[in-house]
Structures are given as C-alpha cells and as structure tokens.
Design a protein. Sequence first.
Length: 398
Amino acid sequence: MKSNVLTIIKKEFSRVFNDRQLTFTTIIMPGLIIYFVYSLMGDAANKMAQSDREENISMQVENLPQSMAQAFNFFGNNVTVAEGSFGEAEIAELKDKTVNRVLVRFPVQFDSIVNAYDPMQGQLAPNVEVYYNSTNTATQRIYSMVCGVLDNYEKSISNRFDINRADSEEMRFNQADDEKVSGMILSKILPLLILMMVFSGVMSIAQTSIAGEKERGTIATLLITPMRREELALGKILSISGIGLLSALSSFIGILLSLPKLISANGGGDLVSFNYGTSDLVVLLLVILTSALIMTAVISLLSTIAKDVRNAGTLCLPVMFGIMFICLISMFQNNVSDSLVYDIIPFYNSITVLTALFQHEMHMINAVVAIGANIFYTVFAVWVLTKLFNNEKVMFSR
C-alpha cells in the first residue's frame, strides 16, 4: 500500500514541478503578488502621509483672540497663518480640493464671551467655525490639528478633574500586556488569511487533479490498475495537500514580509510583535497541515462528483464562502470559547484554535481535539472518496 500511495504522490508532484509555468503560477506567484500588492499599498499610504506633511497650507483666521495667538503659531513650518476676515466667496473656493487652505472664524470678543459664558443659563456656547475640504488630505490633517488645539484650550479653562493623568512614567492604566495587545491584532488578521491561502492553494490543484483527469479521460487508466481505490484516494489527498501547503507557505511568507509596511502605514509599527514559543509554532503547523488535509478531502469529493473542472469550481464556491463567513464571525468575537464542542466542528475548530493561539490564550486540550477531529474527518473523507472511486457511474460521468 505504501509504495502505491508514494507512486501517486510522485505522479502528482512531477505533474506540477515538471511544468515550470504551473509551478510558478501555483507556488511562487501567490506570494509574489501578495508581497508586491501589500507593499505597494503600504508605500503608497506612507508617501501620501509624507506628502501631506510637506505640502504648504495657508490658514486664514478671523478675529483671532489673544489667548489663542501663540497656539496658532505652532502648526509647522509648512503652515502659514494669516489674520483677516473672509466671506462666502473664500469659503466657496474650498470646494476645489486643490486649494490648500483652511479658514477659521472666531466670534468677536471671543475671550470675553468665553469668560462670561455660564452653561447653567441654557444659552448656546460660543461657536468657532472651521472651513475645510475633507477630500484634500492635507487640509483634513490641519483641520484635525485645529480641533485638537481648541479642545485642549477648552479643557484648560474649565478643567475640574483629570482622567488617567500619568504623574510618572511608571504609572500604567491599561493593564493589558503588550503581547496580548499584539496577539489581539494578529488574531483579527492572520486566521482568515491563513485558511483562505490554504484553501485557494488546495483548490487550484485539486480541481485539475481529479476533475481535470475525469475531463481528459486519464482517470480511467488509474482505475484499471491493480492499485486499490483507497490507495489512490489517499495518494491524491496527500499530494494535493502538500502542494497546497507549499502555495500557502509562499503566500504566508509574502504576508510576513509585507506586513511591517502595512502596519507602519497605519502608525502601528510598535504594536505588533511575534512572541510565540516552540509549542505554539508546532500547534500552528499542525493546525495548518490538518486544515489543508480536510480542505483537500472536501474539494476532492466535490471534484469527484463534478463532471469537469468548471463544474468543480462551481461546487467549491459555497465551501469557500462558508469558510470566509466563519472567519469573519470569529473576527468580531472578543472572547474565544474553550468548549470542546466547538473543537469538533470542521473549519470552525481551526479558526478558534488559531485565534486563541495568537491571543496567547490557547489550551492544549482544545488544540489536540481540533487536530484530532480534522484527522478523523480526513480519514472519513478518504473512505467516502474510495466509495466514489468504486462507483463507475460517478467516475465516468462526463
């Protein structure tokens, strides 16, 4: 049995690796595409933010009060602040997003009005008008800075108490560990990406390996050999899983290499760090491996039922959407359940284990049950696939 299974595995591997174009598109290209696309997104965001900081902005302030004069002179060298009145014509010019200007209007005698204002009298508070164009990212940034200055001034004149004022560097109000914060970020991103990469890598190979051979008629040659049908089924699943894992590994490397640029583009470069032990990495590898096995088994079953490659792709779509739906649900869950019931649900068990692993809250018993369940479902699928291979009506339907 072992030699026959290895023969099938060698056949599938040689079919992929002897075809340079198929090797490149299946294994190498996914990682390259992800790396270049994500890196370009990160670089573009960084360049946009840098250009906003370097772009010259003019700010016209009407009725600038003495109390705010000093604060409005510290917006940066590229921001020119000028006092003067403006009207509807100047405001209308801001509709053109190429106009790098912000208009600020204070009430006349602003300081006196603020000092005399009593919120208990039910009167409207003094209003500061800030006109800008939100489609111009440079003026949007200056608008946010103006609002920050005004908020700080409002707090300074009516500050009755503080919230979480750190009187020393040792004071820490957020009691979450840094690695837990990092793990929370990773648990929202990586489980979905990992499973979808594994699924896409497996699906591209499984469809052509079984449905493709049915369409070409070459599956009949394998079925008339002395090889047992379960050996053929097991060899197909193991070989397809191996190739799919290589494709997923390529995509995973692409994500790891491009992730720092994406994170830095969002200002989170110091938030995410990989701090996991050997046991975590072993569990991660086993979960990915067994997930690839069960995905391969499901896609192989659908490809066996399908009449051709196109029909196989249609049948696999609901499975792909189902996995995406499960992944998206897990992204909005704050707490990971440690109930063993969830660890026997196909696909969902892999998601919960990966999420708990990245959040540093994984229990080994949950991981063992999930991995064992994936192996059991794979063995069951091999048994069903063997039955299908023995069904002449299914195997020769075209």
